[in-house]
Design a protein around this ligand. Structure first.
Ligand SMILES: [Zn+2]
Length: 468
């Protein structure tokens, strides 16, 4: 293996093997999927009990037989992070080492210790997390991405070097976030992809992103749902002239009306998936728009406030995730927090994977006025990234209270006394870059109201409709 880089042969071999497996499983149907899930779960639980001191302690009182998922206590990011070194199953992986690695932007897309990917997740819980994925897990995500999602949007299948596509990713680029790390890893592994892929920082002003996209003329654009919505508005207004063949969204909820708007604006299909830093491809969208869970590799349990299973067709208070692919940092009944609904009606596409609806993050695009009264859209993901990267504050809420006014509520840890001032400064700099100098930003400190069970909170919204 080349030091400091991914092994191409190793990853291609694993990818080919898991792609074959993913295809075979889908063809073999429901019974085979359930058998595979049970086998992989049993292997994961046995390994975790033997190799992770943290889980061994948590499961200490449980009988010394084959464990069932429902016997096990749910786990949470804050608790796991507090016991990081006992949680992981490779002694070479330490919280100190991973934190050091994740602080250096030069390492984005490069392997940690020559073999692991690290995703930092602030997520919507306001607790920063560091998730380490092993080579096996990465190969599974690659295979699920290229075979199941790739079937929906062949252009997305990065293993087809002859498609002649140009790929644009608009994402948070200033941290080890899952999107940019996965993208840079693919670029490092595939020279062909590297030559045809470009990243656009989501924190740039939307007009600047549009101008750069026009120069690059991508055929595939991947981003957050809110960014695609903002691009669709720019396209409608005649300020963006590109003709992509596929638009890809991930990480956020895309409302049906927003999807219609984007598809009409660009005259092309929007495809998407549901993933997290903890498992990249939890579910994929089929041609009928249903989200199918890759439940041969991930177990999702929609639960109520008491962590009891909820009935199908009922939105859950939270959801527990068990990652069957990753063994270096086991996630067993990990609380992800989104509201997930199991859909009882089978999808007409006939795929043997269960259908869910996800009602997770509902941040809003802000619409502020610049000094001349022109309307400037500000994307929540960009704004949050600017605050988090600018001052390391993770628990905050931003509310637009008027055409040129924001109110920010910040929860401050004891050693962050100057955080309010730094948030104000970081936001001011970010807004100035968007052409929004002089926006009134009122920062107040205090506790953030989060969902009592999921721990998630709405982070960015508009207090009243602009023209109401
Ligand atoms: Zn379907």
């Amino acid at each position: 293996m080349r030091p400091g880089n991914w092994s191409f042969l190793d990853s291609m071999w694993r990818w080919a093997s898991y792609t074959t497996d993913a295809g075979w499983t889908q063809a073999a149907g429901r019974v085979a999927i359930e058998r595979l899930q049970a086998e992989r779960l049993s292997r994961l639980l046995g390994w975790t009990r033997r190799q992770s001191r943290h889980y061994a302690r948590l499961w200490d009182k449980l009988p010394n037989r084959d464990l069932r998922l429902s016997d096990l206590p749910p786990v949470h990011k804050a608790g796991l992070m507090a016991h990081f070194d006992d949680w992981v199953t490779d002694a070479a992986v330490t919280r100190k080492g991973v934190e050091e690695f994740a602080r250096d932007p030069a390492g984005i897309g490069r392997p940690f210790l020559g073999r692991y990917a690290v995703f930092s997740s602030s997520g919507t819980t306001g607790v920063p997390g560091l998730i380490v994925h092993d080579a096996e897990a990465l190969a599974v995500y690659d295979a699920l991405g290229s075979s199941r999602m790739g079937a929906m949007a062949p252009a997305w299948n990065w293993n087809e070097p002859l498609t002649g596509h140009r790929y644009a990713l608009i994402a948070a680029t200033e941290g080890h976030f899952a999107g940019i790390v996965s993208w840079e890893r693919l670029r490092a592994l595939h020279p062909w992809f590297e030559a045809n892929a470009r990243v656009f920082p989501v924190t740039a002003p939307i007009r600047e992103i549009c101008a750069e996209l026009e120069r690059f003329r991508p055929t595939v654009v991947a981003s957050y749902a809110t960014v695609l919505r903002a691009l669709a508005s720019e396209k409608d207004a005649g300020r963006l002239d590109i003709a992509p063949k596929v638009l890809w969204y991930g990480g956020e909820w895309l409302a049906p009306m927003a999807r219609d708007h984007i598809e009409r604006a660009f005259c092309c299909r929007v495809a998407g998936d549901y993933g997290a830093s903890e498992f990249l491809n939890i579910a994929f969208e089929c041609e009928r728009g249903s989200l199918h869970v890759n439940d041969d590799w991930v177990v999702l349990e929609p639960v109520d406030e008491d962590y009891e299973p909820v009935e199908p067709d009922t939105p859950s208070a939270s959801v527990l995730l068990t990652n069957l692919a990753n063994h270096v940092q086991p996630l067993v009944r990990y609380e992800l927090g989104d509201s997930v609904t199991r859909v009882s009606k089978p999808c007409g596409c006939g795929r043997p994977f269960p259908v869910i609806r996800v009602d997770g993050r509902r941040d809003e695009i802000l619409r502020l006025d610049d000094a001349k009264g022109h309307d400037v859209p500000v994307m929540p993901m960009a704004l949050c990234t600017a605050v988090e990267e600018g001052c390391g504050v993770h628990r905050f809420q931003v509310v637009q209270t008027g055409p040129r006014a924001l109110r920010v509520r910040v929860e401050i840890a004891p050693r962050q006394r100057d955080a309010a001032a730094r948030v104000k400064e970081a936001l001011g700099l970010f807004l100035a870059r968007q052409g929004l100098s002089g926006i009134a930003v009122r920062v107040e400190t205090g506790e953030i109201a989060a969902h009592p069970v999921s721990g998630k909170f709405r982070q960015v919204w508009r207090e009243k409709p602009r023209h109401a």
